[in-house]
Write a protein that binds this ligand. Structure first.
Ligand code: NAP
Ligand code: COA
Length: 257
């Protein structure tokens, strides 16, 4: 749990893409534990149902609807269902993503496109659909989960690094265009987060140091998102919170691929 009061999101509705597993699941639980009604979406209905059952046992109201963020119509349908059931949509967290580690010569054209389609275009699809269906009229906030290597060259991550840099840029543009409408748009860039698919995949070829100060928890990430969607962050928009314990600005300790 966080140190925030448990009712700070009372009356709000939050959509979390990729909200049934890993970091997204912890974000969903944390926003739910602080009073929000939760809508989770990703491709696998079995994961969504399992997460929903867990959340409901913890007293969190949850709608779990399958969609592929690459499909704008499917995303629009999820958002329409969420608004129909809960009456509003105040918070959007774009956490769905995919990646695999490979040097450029082993990333096929379709492999590069697939990761950009999920991570960058998927974020755009969900953001645009939520804006059109609800946020444009009512305001709200969006948090995009990125990665802390926008300004780095990152071996074996050409596709995901390019896509996440695109999401950082999109975050800032949305923040600027939509500030007059009362919509805040920020990002959280996780470093190495223990017990996640991302670190499992990265760990297959990266030498991630076994140093606790360089490995965060899923709750650490969820708390950063909670802060950004709370009223305590009411004048914060267009920023990235890098939640990585300093790992990615430490040249001497960065793992070597
Ligand atoms: P994860 O559990 O695999 O989360 C990714 C989620 O995205 C899954 O729930 C997956 O669900 C969903 N997803 C994938 N493709 C999708 C699609 N086309 N449409 C809809 N949903 C889709 O991995 P994670 O490590 O927790 O990563 C969560 C986020 O943190 C990602 O944005 C990742 O880039 C970011 N991140 C993680 C780390 C880390 O240390 N783990 C570091 C930096 C950034 P389905 O399979 O059901 O679709
Ligand atoms: N190495 C090289 N290429 C790979 C690969 C790997 N490990 N995994 C997939 N690809 C390529 C495929 O060969 C295919 O390209 P091709 O048509 O030229 O052969 C392309 O990527 C798409 O693969 P496919 O399996 O059809 O994509 P998908 O849409 O079913 O899945 C992925 C998307 C590949 C990103 C998959 O790993 C995924 O669903 N990931 C979600 C979980 C995740 O990545 N979590 C960590 C979050 S950061």
């Amino acid at each position: 749990m966080s140190d925030f009061k448990d009712n700070i999101l009372q009356g709000r509705v939050a959509l979390i893409t990729g909200g049934a597993t890993g970091i997204g699941k912890e974000i969903s639980r944390t926003l739910g534990k602080h009073g929000a009604k939760i809508v989770i979406t990703s491709r696998k209905q079995e994961n969504l149902d399992a997460a929903r059952q867990e959340f409901e046992k913890e007293g969190i109201e949850c709608l779990a609807l399958s969609s592929d963020v690459r499909n704008p119509e499917a995303v629009e349908q999820v958002i329409a269902s969420a608004i129909e059931k809960y009456g509003s949509l105040n918070i959007v967290v774009n956490c769905a993503a995919g990646m695999f580690l490979a040097p450029i010569e082993r990333i096929s054209y379709n492999g590069f496109k697939t990761v950009v389609d999920i991570d960058l275009l998927g974020t755009y699809n969900v953001t645009k659909a939520a804006f059109t269906a609800y946020l444009k009229e009512h305001g709200g906030c969006i948090v995009n989960i990125t990665a802390p290597f926008e300004h780095w060259g990152v071996s074996s991550m050409a596709h995901v690094a390019a896509a996440k840099a695109g999401v950082e840029s999109l975050t800032r543009t949305c923040a600027v265009e939509w500030a007059p409408l009362g919509i805040r748009v920020n990002s959280v860039a996780p470093g190495f987060i223990a017990e996640t698919e991302g670190v499992k995949r990265a760990g297959e070829s990266m030498n991630i140091p076994d140093d606790k100060s360089l490995k965060g928890t899923r709750q650490d990430l969820a708390n950063a998102v909670l802060f950004l969607v709370s009223d305590s962050a009411s004048f914060i928009s267009g920023v990235c919170i890098r939640a990585d314990g300093s790992a990615t600005i430490d040249l001497l300790r960065m793992p070597v691929v």
